[in-house]
Ligand binder design. Structure first.
Ligand code: AMP
Length: 143
């Protein structure tokens, strides 16, 4: 399965924020939308960074309450790993496992077109495995 197929079923909507937004604003958006990460867009709508709930916990641990008035650009991960619609589910799963993060933006021609979370990966991987098991059972039953 390729990422483009997953985006067709889940949609291309992505929560984004700006580098000058406060950590308080980002935390509110994560809580309201019940999501774990938000992408930070630069002036040309390029992906400039990502902030996940883990980054916010780290900022609070390091700076205390002052973390909430800090800006996204001070706490975001700048070196964002992304995939394209043509990447396979297995490739994304492997990168997330190796790099130990749970979110992967999907970028086409330099523009953000979606995001895949570990939840999406698990859901579609499980569906793939179930399909294989069903096919194998059918094969064995008719063999
Ligand atoms: P997560 O597991 O997604 O909550 O993120 C764990 C850490 O990895 C945080 O510091 C995130 O900013 C960072 N991170 C999450 N997704 C990515 C990504 N696609 N590329 C680079 N860093 C990421």
């Amino acid at each position: 399965m390729i990422i483009g197929q997953i985006l067709k079923s889940k949609g291309r909507g992505v929560m984004t924020a700006r580098p000058e937004d406060s950590i308080q604003t980002i935390a509110s958006q994560l809580a309201t939308k019940k999501i774990g990460a938000i992408l930070i867009l630069g002036e040309s709508e390029n992906v400039a960074g990502i902030i996940s709930e883990r980054d916010i916990i780290r900022l609070i641990a390091e700076h205390g309450p002052a973390a909430l008035t800090m800006l996204a650009r001070d706490g975001m991960t700048r070196d964002v790993v992304s995939c394209t619609c043509e990447c396979t589910l297995d490739e994304v799963m492997e990168t997330m496992t190796k790099r130990r993060f749970r979110h992967m933006p999907v970028v086409e021609d330099g523009k953000l077109v979606g995001i895949i979370s570990i939840g999406d990966v698990v859901k579609h991987h499980t569906a793939e495995v179930e399909l294989e098991v069903t096919a194998m059972r059918g094969y064995l039953a008719t063999g």
